[in-house]
Design a protein around this ligand. Structure first.
Ligand code: NAG
Ligand code: NAG
Ligand code: NAG
Ligand code: NAG
Ligand code: NAG
Length: 839
């Protein structure tokens, strides 16, 4: 067995260690990738034990990993099904390029390539359902929109969870979204040209996620805000708690070099080497391992997870000493729970899966459904021309690389939201229509359609009451986006998406095989006013296209929608409509009696130590793209988890160190001790049903370790000209003996910094801030902790007494960076693929 394993290790290790520098896009991230502990080598992980295992290295998973691993004494493993994305640097980094050369196009390995089942009320066809499959998740492939919901929408989350441990209301979400955010206002000239209104005081200032504006915005966009104003809608910063109105909204891009920031780029790449953080790519979590143990309350205790590279391939396993955290997204997290026996018994039993906890996992699915109307314009430049002009694209790429300007910096940013009253013409008619809705009737329809358990029925009734009242206030009900990607030259699109569907869908597994996609049924427009809202919204958009300056600029509607009204327009709109890429709710945070899957600590009911941290926990839709809210969830979850495992620090006047009964962890992974974890290992040749033990023991581990040490040594030699020896003390070379705590110190970080900034050819040395930032937990922000004054920013470093025993934290923030303007790297040949609009 040893030779087989060794060969497997060799095969897995060589590409990682040897070839990435030769990949098509030589990029500065490449070396940081090695140092941050990202690997596709299973043998580094299999059979080991970590404190926290995060299933899914997407938006939430990596943000959480960055936070939890701030304590050098706690080991964190992330397991990601996709790649590290380094072969697609341009498609990720360059804002406009990522739209036109989308990583979600058919057959791309960076997308899960999901399809819904045929949608009876939306044209009777299957709809594509893109989800990012790589580190960074959908944040690496989406349309960069950085916006948050209406204050009332988060307050509804809190209202749905009365008397809960944790509050998830507007104030709380705003705080944590801002913790993730570093807002950059647009230059004054740009703000003037496009009538941009923003309020810097409602944004975060020192988070890892940069939110800025495209350097280039098509001049036609200057009509957007005046046209809305002519419709009676105000321009304001939609992050201020009210989404009704219009804005040029920020994007998750670093304005200095006009590059995307996702959870990997924001939370992981800037880190100094962390011996306690492991990110495994190319392996999909196939289930949670339970060893039969229950806690005193009867909750099942997770031992770890199993994972595999693909159907019929070896199943590996790894032990979780503290928690298993699912960050697989609205599809993945639901799928993993169901495969593990946590889900509706009615779904699991027919598949032969033993139900450990009968929970409505996969119910309460809600998505924004959207489509686009097209309009002819006077002679203008538009994105459609650019998307079809290879010469212009090549020129723009050079410009982006040399000066961080030009057409590739452009992405959709002109948005607005209208209330139900706006669509209906007045508050009175909105109220009349809302009150006429038969909530019971709708609930009955959904119950019948999806065989709702009684708990989900009860929860739905509560949700419907809230939705009905939001139809009668200023909450945004329809998102409206300008896209310069017209249907032809001199043409633009206006996209619209319903924000609070009454329709509910499901995501259920249909196989015990983790590599068989679950059945996805959003049931678009299946009940209530959803289709009518899209139709009324379409009429409003037609009026917008004639309002203010658009009266001169837009010459008329174009395409198959022209002249359609009433039912014909409804049929057209719902047939065209597809996902706005905002699904949520399959692991809803609700009371258990109301269809909840997780409590407000994000713990899965009936389990002792399984949490879900991603958009699937959102119980009710928000009038926003989901990215900012999902970062907020990950940030708050990190604090909840830290507080759960370390006693809150004492008040400042008492200087006694915090004590804990928590079992101490080591900063490097230990060997798995749980027999259930070892038993979960299944060699590929024996098939999935085999229970044979692979038995990766210490002996084999050492053998593989030696092999890897040799490979790492060879790799070091190969790169020795590139950097100082001390820089090589990264994750790959750490062995088991290093003084790991040291790597979170400022000294170590400055070495990393000089390497990252100085040793890349063509890149100037850049100054680096040593100001304290947000590199530590914000436990004090949690209820009941009292106020502790802090120097520096709101989330500044805390004192040493705040750390768990043996842990240390850096004196420099890993999340600060002040680059020199206008330096971008990477070049590749554009491969055009039309993508009409993006998230
Ligand atoms: C509060 O949290 C504890 C620990 O997770 C849990 O046992 C309890 O049920 C929670 N209470 C509520 C109201 O959610
Ligand atoms: C409805 O009332 C609110 C204030 O309560 C107001 O802001 C809004 O403009 C009204 N909407 C319409 C369409 O008149
Ligand atoms: C099963 O898991 C529990 C909880 O993690 C642990 O205490 C126990 O030792 C495990 N049992 C075996 C046989 O490994
Ligand atoms: C843009 O700048 C940030 C901050 O310095 C850096 O982390 C990122 O790698 C840069 N992006 C590109 C594509 O060079
Ligand atoms: C690797 C490491 O630093 N482990 C430490 C974790 O904390 C305990 C308690 O302080 C130490 O004993 C370990 O050495």
């Amino acid at each position: 067995m040893l030779p087989t394993l060794a060969l497997a290790a060799l095969a897995a290790a060589v590409p990682v260690l040897g070839s990435k520098d030769d990949a098509f896009n030589s990029h500065m991230h490449r070396d940081i990738i090695r140092r941050a502990g990202i690997t596709s080598d299973v043998t580094q992980v299999s059979g080991k034990a970590f404190d926290f295992i995060i299933a899914g290295g997407g938006l939430a998973g990596l943000a959480l990993a960055g936070r939890l691993s701030e304590y050098s004494n706690q080991t964190v493993l992330v397991i990601e099904a996709g790649s590290d994305g380094s072969d697609y640097a341009n498609n990720i980094d360059i804002p406009g390029y990522s739209y036109i050369n989308s990583l979600t196009r058919p057959n791309m390995p960076t997308d899960w390539q999901y399809q819904t089942v045929s949608q009876a009320s939306a044209g009777g066809v299957q709809k594509r359902w893109p989800r990012g499959k790589l580190l960074g998740g959908s944040a690496a492939v989406n349309g960069l929109f950085w916006c948050r919901g209406d204050s009332g929408e988060y307050d509804d989350w809190a209202a749905l969870n009365p008397g809960a441990n944790q509050t998830w209301n507007w104030a709380e979400m705003q705080k944590y979204i801002n913790k993730a955010e570093q807002f950059h206002a647009p230059p004054q000239a740009q703000a003037t040209q496009f009538n941009m209104k923003y309020d810097a005081s409602v944004h975060g200032t020192s988070g890892p996620i940069q939110a800025g504006f495209s350097q280039y915005i098509y001049p036609f966009t200057s009509n957007w805000i005046p046209a809305w104003n002519a419709m009676g809608l105000p321009a304001h910063d939609l992050a201020d708690g009210s989404t009704r109105g219009v804005m040029i909204t920020p994007s998750t891009l670093n304005p200095t070099n006009q590059s995307r920031v996702d959870s990997k780029i924001g939370y992981i790449d800037p880190l100094p080497p962390r011996a306690n953080l492991f990110i495994l790519t190319g392996q999909q979590v196939t289930g949670i391992v339970f060893n039969g143990t229950k806690d005193a309350s009867g909750n099942v205790v997770a031992s770890g997870v199993s994972f595999s590279a693909g159907s019929g391939q070896t199943v590996y396993s790894v032990q979780a000493n503290k928690e298993v955290i699912l960050s697989g997204g609205v599809v993945g997290s639901a799928q993993i729970l169901q495969l593990s026996g946590i889900g509706p018994q009615t779904v699991l039993q027919p598949l032969g899966i033993n139900t450990l906890v009968d929970l409505p996992v996969g119910h309460n699915l809600q998505d924004h459904a959207s489509y686009t109307l097209y309009f002819n314009t006077q002679q203008i430049d538009n994105w459609q021309q650019f998307a079809n002009n290879a010469g212009a694209q090549a020129q723009a790429l050079t410009e982006w690389q040399q000066s961080s300007t030009g057409l590739w910096t452009y992405v959709n940013e002109a948005v607005g939201y209208i209330s139900y009253a706006d669509m209906m013409g007045s508050n009175a008619s909105a109220a009349t229509a809302a009150q006429a809705l038969n909530l019971q009737d709708m609930a009955n329809q959904v119950t019948q359609m999806h065989n709702l358990p009684t708990s989900v029925q009860a929860g739905l009734a509560e949700q419907y009451k809230l939705l009905q009242s939001r139809l009668q206030d200023n909450t945004g009900q329809l998102e409206i986006i300008l896209t310069m990607w017209g249907s032809g030259p001199n043409n633009i699109g206006i996209q619209m998406g319903i924000q609070h569907p009454f329709s509910r869908g499901t995501i259920f597994i249909n196989s015990k095989d983790a590599f068989t996609a679950p059945t996805i049924d959003p049931s678009y427009f299946s009940v209530g006013p959803d289709a009518q809202i899209l139709t009324a919204g379409s009429e409003w958009v037609r009026n917008l296209a004639k309002a203010g300056p658009f009266a001169q600029q837009i010459t008329g509607e174009s395409g198959a929608s022209v002249g359609l009204t009433g039912q014909a327009l409804t049929t057209y709109a719902t047939t065209q409509a597809g996902t706005e890429f905002h699904p949520l709710g399959t692991c809803s945070m609700l009371p258990r009696a109301q269809g909840g899957v997780v409590d407000t600590n994000l713990l899965v009911y009936g389990t002792n130590n399984v949490r879900v941290v991603d958009a699937s926990i959102m119980p009710l839709q928000v009038s926003a793209h989901l990215m900012a809210s999902t970062y907020g969830i990950a940030e708050k979850a990190a604090d909840i988890i830290k507080q759960a495992h370390w006693k809150p620090p004492p008040p400042p006047q008492s200087s006694t160190a915090a004590t804990t009964t928590e079992q101490e962890s080591t900063a490097v992974p230990g060997q798995a001790t749980d027999s259930a974890v070892a038993n979960a290992e299944r060699p590929a040749s024996k098939g999935l049903s085999s229970t044979a033990k692979l038995g990766i023991g210490i002996g084999v581990g050492v053998g593989v370790g030696l092999l890897l040490a040799i490979l790492a040594f060879l790799c070091c030699c190969r790169r020795k000209n590139q950097k100082k020896a001390s820089d090589e003390k990264g994750w790959y070379a750490q062995g088991q003996t290093q003084d790991n705590g040291a790597w979170d110190t400022g000294a170590a970080y400055r070495e990393q910094d000089s390497f990252a900034m100085g040793d890349v050819p063509g890149r100037p040395q850049r100054p680096f801030s040593t100001a304290p930032s947000i590199s530590t937990m914000a436990t004090h922000d949690l209820p009941g902790q009292g106020t502790i004054s802090r120097s520096g920013s709101e989330y500044g470093n805390l004192g040493a007494g705040d750390l768990p025993p043996g842990a240390s934290h850096g004196t420099d923030s890993p999340y600060r960076d002040y680059p020199t303007p206008g330096q971008n790297s990477g070049i590749s040949t554009p491969q055009g693929y039309p993508q009409q609009y993006r998230d």
